[in-house]
Design a protein around this ligand. Structure first.
Ligand SMILES: Cc1cc2nc3c(=O)[nH]c(=O)nc-3n(C[C@H](O)[C@H](O)[C@H](O)COP(=O)(O)OP(=O)(O)OC[C@H]3O[C@@H](n4cnc5c(N)ncnc54)[C@H](O)[C@@H]3O)c2cc1C
Length: 474
């Protein structure tokens, strides 16, 4: 059922990330009282883990309209819309002031462990509709609390659930989250974590924005720290999707992260192994590891000190076990949204806007939003999430017309595609670099990031002959 007919006065919001806080701002505008439950000690806890990484979307796409209205009333000065913030800047200049403005509505150190209908488990159908929700939290002091609300918006993200490194979608034997060689998806290679990588051997696994960021930082470190070795393993038969370029690009790729990566691989600074499947990890007494697998039909192995698992994320559905959900079997996104974002057929440049009607579940008044709503698809953008929660707040307030008027002004190529300028910190820098590089294509809003303008997702991947077939470090 997409439109709750009962009066909604309270709504629990799980997670104080950018989309959870935006949801709270929209709910308040609609006269609904939000209760934001955040597991971490502060807002934006997940973004704090990648604060050193610069976003590829400029500020104009990073600020929710209702949040802006709330902040403007609190004397906030809006950052330059064309600047590209780091995760840390997004926290300092937007999420922290926003959390302060919403402070009476946020509970920190409150990890949600379960959502259900009050006095009704999942199997109970009679008198189900219209029941409030009960949201259970485990708090920082170890106690447990229950929050009762008329509706629930799950904006808890996916950061805590990285995909496993092992082949087949399962952890390989010897793969544990606390293994000494695990360095997480986005280590701060040139900053806080430098000592961990300087003069050591690192394998980066994955073929997305996070992998590219880490690889480029490692290659930069290797220029000044002797003995630093960098290997890159991907599941596909080609890195063409990561490099971008040619007809697969919506923007000129010159100077982009993808192009920089290609140069580093072709120069031998990064050793690439394609078609790689990991079958086992053997941890040595000194904390290093042997990564054993296959590259195509050949056995391949890496002996390394660190492994960066940039393999993407999957949603935590366990806490939603008692809610009646309608999720896509493959993407683990809401069933009507999934075909719009299926990574087999879509990149972020081709994801259409969507709202409450596409996000509803059989249990009315319950929604998954933000990056978690994309399930296993890697193409989520903040601007999309802000439109999701605007539409949901309108529906919860009974304004069906506003809920269904889904509008999203994303330049098709400018938010998630490659920039002509890897080091640009603003759109102006990026445009200057585009001019200097002789780019002739029309660039609506150049942005930093990977060339993800592949029109047909994985189905559009180009296959190139395999490149290096053995690891540097093995
Ligand atoms: C490196 C990187 C760069 C990105 N760059 C861009 C970009 O340039 N442009 C763009 O549009 N998007 C970008 N994204 C994608 C996306 O916008 C971000 O992932 C964004 O943080 C998603 O916001 P969210 O609110 O959905 O989730 P999150 O930011 O992950 O917030 C979820 C919150 O929920 C909390 N939480 C988790 N579990 C629970 C629980 N059980 N109970 C209570 N609280 C819980 C977490 O602590 C966290 O605070 C980027 C993502 C990454 C990783």
């Amino acid at each position: 059922m997409s439109n709750p007919t009962r009066l909604v006065q309270t709504c629990a919001v799980i997670g104080a990330g950018p989309v959870g806080l935006a949801a709270a701002a929209h709910l308040l505008e609609r006269g609904i009282t939000p209760v934001v439950l955040e597991a971490g000690p502060a807002a934006g806890a997940a973004i704090g883990r990648w604060g050193h990484v610069r976003l590829f979307s400029p500020w104009r796409f990073d600020i929710d309209p209702a949040a802006r209205r709330l902040l403007e009333g609190a004397g906030w000065s809006e950052p330059d819309p064309d600047d590209l913030p780091t995760g840390g800047e997004l926290l300092a200049h937007y999420l922290e002031p926003l959390a302060a403005a919403l402070a009476p509505h946020i509970r920190y150190g409150a990890r949600v462990t379960g959502v259900t209908r009050l006095d009704a488990d999942k199997t109970r159908t009679i008198d189900r509709e219209g029941r409030p929700y009960l949201v259970r939290t485990v708090n920082a002091d170890g106690t447990s609390s229950d929050v009762v609300a008329d509706a629930v918006i799950d904006a808890s993200g996916v950061w805590d659930r990285p995909n496993p490194l092992g082949a087949h979608g399962l952890p390989a034997p010897g793969e544990t989250a606390d293994a000494p060689w695990q360095v997480g998806p986005l280590p701060d290679v040139l900053g806080a974590d430098r000592a961990r990588f300087a003069g050591r051997r690192t394998l980066v696994v994955g073929a997305g924005h996070s992998a590219a960021n880490t690889l480029i930082a490692l290659a930069e470190l290797a220029e000044t720290a002797p003995g630093t070795e960098v290997a890159w393993a991907i599941r596909g038969r080609s890195a063409a999707k990561v490099y971008g370029g040619g007809s697969a690009d919506a923007l000129p790729a010159r100077g982009s992260i993808g192009t920089r990566l290609r140069v580093l691989v072709e120069s031998g600074a990064i050793k690439l192994v394609t078609d790689f499947a990991i079958h086992a990890f053997e941890t040595a007494a000194d904390g290093s590891v042997t990564v054993a697998g296959t590259s195509g039909a050949l056995a391949a192995r890496f002996d390394v000190d660190n492994v960066a698992a940039a393999t993407g994320f999957r949603p935590d559905l366990e806490l939603l076990r008692e809610v009646r959900l309608d999720l896509d079997a493959a993407v683990e996104a809401p069933a009507r949204l999934a075909p719009l974002i299926d990574p087999n057929f879509h990149s972020c440049g081709t994801v259409p806007p969507h709202g409450e009607a596409d996000l509803a579940h059989p249990d009315e008044g319950f929604y998954i939003v933000g990056v978690k709503s994309y399930g296993r698809a890697p193409t989520f953008l903040l601007a999309t999430g802000y439109e999701q929660v605007r539409s949901i707040a309108a529906a919860l307030a009974g304004d069906r017309e506003a809920a269904d008027q889904v509008r999203l002004a994303l330049p098709e190529t400018g938010v998630c595609s490659s920039s002509p300028a890897l080091d640009a910190t603003s759109i102006a820098d990026a445009e200057e670099a585009a001019d200097c590089c002789g780019s002739s294509a029309a660039v609506e809003a150049p942005a930093r990031g990977l060339a993800t303008g592949v029109l047909h997702g994985r189905a559009g991947e180009r296959v190139e002959p395999p490149q290096v077939q053995s690891g540097c470090c093995g």
